[in-house]
Design a protein around this ligand. Structure first.
Ligand SMILES: Nc1ncnc2c1ncn2[C@@H]1O[C@H](COP(=O)(O)OP(=O)(O)OP(=O)(O)O)[C@@H](O)[C@H]1O
Length: 238
């Protein structure tokens, strides 16, 4: 039987500084994310959410512990292998979109598909398909500057999907959005969840948590015991 766990950590720890300045940003975290799960990570500012997400995506190395992505141990991987794995298996969505200002919406998505190795014609087709999926088919040739915040974030989500990632990691995806735009993104996450996309989202927004399968609360770098039974807190579904 294949292991349904897409993302796994054991004893995951990231410290900064030393002695009296020591910060345990992530402290001995064990996490299993099965395929198809939408996991929301919540908690107060500075509790370690972003650091956790960076460790899960191989954007930062842990001080101790293990991270496994789709059966591959990534914390000990070479930078080169890690870059390849990120390109092929992960999609990232950030609070501030990180779109290329001089490229149109479709070019932003297409570029990611090209970098993931799709032939040009397929990359364009896939980009258009994904923009359609996020409800922006009619904005394909707009520059990011001509899009609303919610539309920009939807382009960024389409881009994150361009390599058919095993996991999408999102860091405060609605952090910069007003409430109408937040609803657009929320609806999209609901669609992704329904489509079986594995998703880990760090958020302050209880509405995002409410569409998650599982919610964990972090405090001082660790998962708070009372929320290990996720879905019972913040109104998560399961
Ligand atoms: N490069 C760094 N050097 C030293 N300390 C750091 C560094 N990055 C993060 N920290 C510390 O690690 C802890 C966790 O930070 P992190 O950004 O992961 O928290 P967060 O929960 O994502 O916060 P926020 O919700 O405000 O984004 C904080 O105490 C932070 O000050």
């Amino acid at each position: 039987m294949t292991d349904p766990t897409v993302l796994r950590t054991r004893g995951l720890t990231r410290r900064y500084g030393r002695d009296s300045g020591l910060v345990r940003a992530v402290d001995d975290v064990d996490l299993d994310v099965p395929a198809g799960q939408t996991l929301a990570v919540m908690g107060p500012s500075g509790c370690g959410k972003s650091t956790l997400l960076h460790l899960l995506g191989g954007l930062q190395r842990p001080t101790a512990g293990e991270v496994w992505l789709a059966g591959n141990r990534i914390d000990t991987m070479s930078e080169r292998a890690l870059a390849r794995l990120r390109r092929d298996s992960l999609g990232f969505v950030f609070q501030s979109f990180h779109l290329m200002d001089e490229l149109t919406a479709v070019e932003n998505v297409e570029l990611a598909a090209l970098l993931a190795g799709r032939p040009p014609r397929r990359a364009r087709q896939r980009a258009l398909h994904l923009l359609d999926r996020v409800g922006l088919a009619d904005r394909a040739t707009h520059l990011p500057s001509a899009l609303s915040g919610g539309q920009r974030q939807r382009v960024a989500i389409a881009r994150a999907l361009s390599n058919e990632p095993q996991v999408v990691l999102a860091d405060e995806p609605t952090g910069n959005l007003d409430s109408a735009a937040t609803l657009e993104v929320l609806r999209l996450f609901e669609d992704l969840r329904a489509a079986g996309q594995t998703l880990v989202v760090v958020t302050h927004d209880a509405r995002i948590a409410a569409v998650a399968d599982r919610v964990v609360a972090m405090r001082d770098g660790a998962f708070a015991d009372d929320t290990r039974l996720a879905g019972t807190v913040y109104g998560g579904r399961r």
